[in-house]
Design a binder for this molecule. Structure first.
Ligand SMILES: *Cc1c(COP(=O)(O)O)cnc(C)c1O
Length: 377
């Protein structure tokens, strides 16, 4: 089966990990700091806090911004669950901003009207979690202007978008946001097995996140330490950090390889009635995912099954978060965010990963064509 995403682990990665395994420090050594500094430099930010998952990074970001019970956080319904769950961990309520049918990111017009309505009702959110879906940056100029106007903090969920660009700047540079977060899960742009990072230009937010990442403890002289807030053990290990550092050297190549594969899909499948994510000028998509929209008439489940029978591991990203049973219990229902739901009903991610061979891509393209002529009226 050709998977929809797959990591690459090289001999250099393996040697780097073995070296840490033979050393004195498996965790809390220098590798984590080195990895943090390398990612900070790559993104052009001052501060980076590594942690054990992208989800933990989102949780730390919410806590550092002071999000708590009684607060409201907005995010996209087309994302992985963690973009919404992180606010719930803090006791906050979540609401969603529907997506733009072309970019699959938060729709800025819908956001504008939602801000107006919520302001009139006195129910503004404390933070907006912006998801750069599939690696395509959302329209941060407009979003940050709105959030500044209404005094709302911004967290960029850049789990898909490490290596992407927005208006000439690296995604995650925090020019338009308070904090950006990344994930290093194996399907993401680079991997540490599990892992994540939060980056920011604010010393205060960085200090808070660092404390919260390790029990809320600040070390003093000799044996002394003080717990000032209720923190967690969200630490990344040095074993993971050296893997991340080694992988980071190949990030630009990965983006290039993914973009070439995406261009080839677009060139080969352009006439077949499929629609894909629009890439606006001045935005460089990382293509963490290559999501197509099937024609409306297509039976997606039959198409999915057909592809799997042909050895092509297509996937669906994502089931709209507000339709999950947990979020339905919080009062959301099908029908609440129509663009997200229409997107979902037609969405299918085709395999795309840096080590994908030309032959593998031909297998996918031929299977898509056969599936379309068989199943799309
Ligand atoms: C993967 C992902 C996360 C969570 O990252 P983990 O490292 O798996 O915890 C958060 N947001 C989005 C959009 C993701 O795709």
């Amino acid at each position: 089966m050709i998977p929809y995403g797959r990591q690459e682990v090289t001999e250099e990665d393996i040697s780097a990990v073995i070296e840490v395994l033979k050393s004195d420090r498996l965790t809390q050594g220098e590798a984590v700091t080195d990895f943090e500094q390398a990612v900070a430099q790559y993104c052009g930010v001052e501060y980076a806090v590594a942690c054990n998952s992208g989800t933990s990074a989102l949780h730390l970001a919410c806590l550092a911004l002071g999000i708590g019970s009684g607060d409201l956080v907005w995010t996209s319904p087309i994302t992985f669950l963690a973009s919404a769950n992180c606010a719930k961990y803090c006791g906050a309520d979540v609401d969603f901003i529907d997506i733009c049918p072309q970019t699959f990111c938060i729709d800025t017009q819908i956001l504008t009207s939602k801000f107006k309505e919520s302001d009139a009702k006195g129910k503004l959110p404390k933070a907006l979690i912006v998801v750069h879906f599939a690696g395509l940056s959302a329209n941060m100029e407009v979003i940050s202007q709105l959030c500044r106007q209404y005094n709302v903090a911004i967290i960029e969920d850049a789990a898909h978008a490490l290596g992407g660009k927005y208006c000439g700047q690296p995604v995650g540079c925090c020019k338009y946001s308070d904090i950006s977060i990344f994930s290093f899960h194996p399907v993401k742009m680079i991997t540490t097995g599990e892992g994540g990072m939060a980056v920011t230009q604010s010393e205060l937010l960085a200090t808070r996140m660092r404390e919260l990442c390790s029990h809320g403890v600040v070390r003093g002289d000799a044996w002394e330490y003080e717990q000032r807030v209720l923190g967690f053990n969200y630490r990344l290990t040095d074993i993971q950090a050296v893997l991340g550092l080694s992988q980071l050297q190949r990030l630009d190549n990965y983006v290039e390889q993914r973009r070439q594969l995406a261009v080839h899909y677009q060139a080969c499948l352009g006439d077949d009635g499929l629609v894909w994510q629009h890439e606006p000028d001045l935005i460089v998509n990382t293509y963490h995912l290559f999501v197509v929209q099937l024609p409306e008439s297509t039976d997606r489940r039959a198409f999915y099954n057909f592809m799997h029978q042909r050895g092509v591991g297509v996937q669906v990203h994502y089931i709209p978060v507000h339709t999950q049973p947990y979020y339905q219990q919080q009062g959301f229902a099908w029908g609440d965010f129509p663009n997200a739901e229409t997107f979902y009903q037609r969405a299918l991610s085709l395999p795309l990963f840096p080590t994908m061979t030309d032959q593998q891509q031909e297998v996918v393209i031929n299977a898509v064509r056969d599936g379309m002529s068989l199943l799309c009226a």
